[in-house]
Write a protein that binds this ligand. Structure first.
Ligand code: NAD
Length: 285
């Protein structure tokens, strides 16, 4: 058996086409253009690429977008003041502060400063709480992208044994909740899990999000399992690879996401979806 390769680029493109149409209809009906503000502090090259891609995606879909580039030595108060201004700006429906932030800035304070209605990353404690209660406004972009990929390939997590490797607030924890909400039986594994293989080997769906190149080996995966690889790792030769050992696993898994071209393209697409949702909520449609 050889695995179905889950094509995140294709699924993402389809969703973006739908968003484009919905956005045009929304603008025509309300006269309001959905607006996203992205804030980048400092010179992290990977963050700069993400921010550029987010801006491009906004243009492609028909949103208004602002990029605020602040210097590395920006004071926390200045960033908070900018967020206050964006919170009150009617042109802006979504605000995203690109993480990580320089050391002098408390990321937690920044996340709490963004108005929950404009928190399209869904990192504000109010939005995190809503996800836990199953009453969400927005879903965090990467885990939502994973769920959209499963749906696009007809993979229903209900009743399945799922393991999520990684427990970050951005990926692992919300991913586990989204799978639970879809009636999976979910195990969360992390760096202190004893005998990780015993969990992965019995799982129907493995989501790996740890940031370790090719960490998930073929012998850790059950034949016929679905492997979702969230990891993005840059190898010394400059190439990207995921957290799963793609080639050997794809020989016997039922489906697997490649890196690049799997989960990655979905994250920005889900951000676009959240921005449109925020704009719709702002005008009460
Ligand atoms: P993180 O560093 O915040 O968290 C890593 C998690 O992995 C931790 O919970 C840790 O306990 C766990 N971990 C580390 N080593 C482990 C081990 N040996 N065994 C088991 N668990 C282990 O990372 P993150 O922000 O959640 O990101 C994880 C990966 O996903 C990174 O490669 C990141 O680049 C990628 N990522 C991709 C997207 C995307 O759009 N595709 C978005 C966000 C993050």
């Amino acid at each position: 058996m050889s695995a179905t390769i889950i094509d995140g680029k294709k699924v993402s493109k389809e969703i973006r086409e739908t968003l484009k149409t919905e956005t045009a209809e929304f603008i025509e009906k309300t006269g309001v253009i959905p607006g996203l503000a992205v804030v980048l502090v400092g010179n992290d090259p990977a963050s700069a690429v993400y921010v550029r891609n987010k801006h491009r995606a906004c243009e492609e879909i028909g949103f208004y977008s602002e990029v605020h580039e602040l210097p590395e030595d920006t004071k926390e108060d200045d960033l908070l003041a900018l967020l206050d201004r964006l919170n009150g700006d009617p042109k802006i429906h979504g605000i995203l502060v690109q993480l990580p932030l320089p050391k002098q800035i408390d990321a937690d304070k920044v996340i709490r400063k963004i108005k929950p209605e404009k928190d399209v990353d869904a990192f504000h404690p109010e939005n995190v709480g809503r996800i836990m209660l199953g009453n969400y406004r927005f879903l965090p972009c990467t885990p939502a992208g994973v769920m959209a990929l499963l749906d696009a390939y007809g993979i229903d997590p209900a009743g399945k044994d799922c393991v999520v490797i990684g427990r970050s607030n951005i990926v692992g924890k919300p991913q586990a909740f989204l799978l639970l909400e879809r009636n999976a039986t979910v195990t969360i594994c992390h760096s202190r899990t004893a005998d990780l293989s015993s969990h992965t080997k019995r799982s129907d769906i493995v989501v790996v999000a740890i940031g370790k190149p090719r960490f998930l080996k073929a012998e850790m995966v059950k034949p016929g399992a679905v492997v979702i690889d969230v990891g993005i790792n840059r190898l010394p030769d400059g190439k990207l690879c995921g957290d799963a050992d793609f080639e050997p696993i794809s020989a016997f898994a039922s489906a697997i996401t490649p890196v690049p071209g799997g989960v990655g393209p979905m994250t920005i697409t889900m951000l676009m979806k959240n921005t449109l949702t925020a704009a719709k909520a702002a005008v009460g449609t």
